[in-house]
Design a protein around this ligand. Structure first.
Ligand SMILES: *Cc1c(COP(=O)(O)O)cnc(C)c1O
Length: 381
């Protein structure tokens, strides 16, 4: 059987394994070592934001964010329903109620115009998801959050190196969370994440919450005689082995980004005629937003057509994928919150959306096959 063109291959730039060997020779692997510091510094410098901690995943970064913001039972958190479960589980674990808001169909990001109507006395945070690495409307969301006295968390799992009006995504809200899962642009060997804490007030507890609720990091710096349990927390540390793996990729980030952007632009150029014939809808990139080519998606005209397209591509040896199933469509999703306003686009558009293969090691030959098979499907209609 011929091998299929995969949807994703984890990024591998060369140098990862050498770094891992070097890390093991340094004699300390538990985290917060040589490579962790290099990665944290890189992220902080690139973002111009707050202080960065590497974490075991973006999921755990979001969990740490919910603890730092002191989210409690009955607090309300505004989220898009079109996202991954970890965006909201982190807040449910602290007893919050979810308030879902519809997406903008152009970007599939939370529709900033609908957020004000969802704010109540109980609202504590707005959690935005920069879908496909394309920025949400952060200016108006920031103004709204400031006027209402609520926090902003950026789920920037997909958005490291993306920009909104020249500012890095993940550095604009009070907290930004990133993922280094194998499906993202950069990976720390399969799992991993980071949190950027941009609000000074939230930084006070960060070191303690990060380290099982102890002041061990102060102890290691010689600031206290012994370390104690001070607060709730968890073991959020990324291991040095993973940080060493990640460093190889952050250090060569522009090479990885250039390759992904090239593929992304080539998809758009090749499929644009189909969009002009109104056979498909291409994503919208708002003005002054620089994105990191994390996902190339488009929308079919109906759910049936989208499913037929996925089957057609599979038969042709190309793996293409749908994406998030709206959270409020699941029993647990409705039990945990409410949808404010009308669901005009979240459900309908998520059922028409499909993502094409896009990864660092994808060859032009592979991409040509994908494009050609897209054309044969839509041309015969
Ligand atoms: C990948 C992803 C996550 C989860 O990241 P992990 O590192 O796997 O925990 C969360 N939110 C969004 C939007 C994602 O795409």
């Amino acid at each position: 059987m011929q091998k299929k063109i995969p949807f994703n291959r984890p990024t591998f730039i060369g140098g990862e394994v050498d770094n891992v060997i070097d890390a093991t020779k340094r004699g300390s692997l538990g985290g917060n070592g040589h490579y962790t510091k290099k990665c944290q510094q890189w992220i902080t410098q690139h973002m111009g934001g707050g202080r960065t901690f590497l974490t075991t995943s973006c999921t755990s970064a979001l969990e740490m964010a919910a603890i730092l913001m002191d989210i409690k039972y009955g607090d309300e958190v505004i989220v898009p329903s079109y996202t991954y479960v970890s965006t909201i589980n982190a807040f449910l674990l602290r007893g919050a109620t979810l308030v879902y808001v519809d997406v903008d169909p152009g970007t599939m990001n939370i529709d900033h115009k609908l957020i004000a109507a969802a704010i109540t006395q109980k609202t504590r945070a707005i959690v935005v998801v920069h879908y496909a690495g394309v920025a949400c409307e952060m200016d108006s969301i920031t103004t709204l959050a400031r006027d209402s006295g609520v926090y902003i968390v950026e789920d920037a799992a997909q958005a490291l190196t993306s920009k909104y009006h020249s500012r890095s995504l993940g550095s604009i809200g009070d907290i930004g969370c990133f993922s280094f899962h194998e499906t993202k642009n950069f990976t720390s060997g399969g799992q991993g994440g980071a949190i950027s804490i941009n609000n000074e007030e939230l930084l006070a507890r960060a070191e303690v919450v990060y380290d099982n609720g102890t002041n061990r990091m102060q102890f290691l710096r010689g600031l206290v005689d012994y370390y104690h349990w001070e607060d709730i927390g968890s073991n959020f540390f990324m291991s040095e082995v993973q940080a060493a793996y990640l460093w190889a990729q952050l250090d060569k980030s522009s090479i990885i980004q250039e390759q992904r952007s090239k593929l992304w632009r080539r998809y758009r150029k090749s499929l644009r005629p189909l969009a002009e014939q109104r056979a498909i809808t291409l994503p919208l990139i708002p003005d002054d937003c620089e994105h990191n080519a994390h996902i190339f998606f488009f929308k079919c005209l109906s759910a049936e057509q989208r499913n037929a397209f996925i089957a057609h591509m599979d038969l042709g040896g190309v793996v293409v994928c749908a994406h998030f199933v709206p959270l409020h469509s699941r029993p647990i999703g409705l039990m945990s919150g409410r949808f404010v306003g009308q669901d005009r686009f979240t459900t309908a558009d998520s059922q028409c959306l499909v993502r094409l293969p896009l990864h660092y090691s994808m060859s032009v030959e592979e991409q040509n096959v994908v494009i050609e098979k897209c054309w044969t499907f839509f041309k015969k209609r």
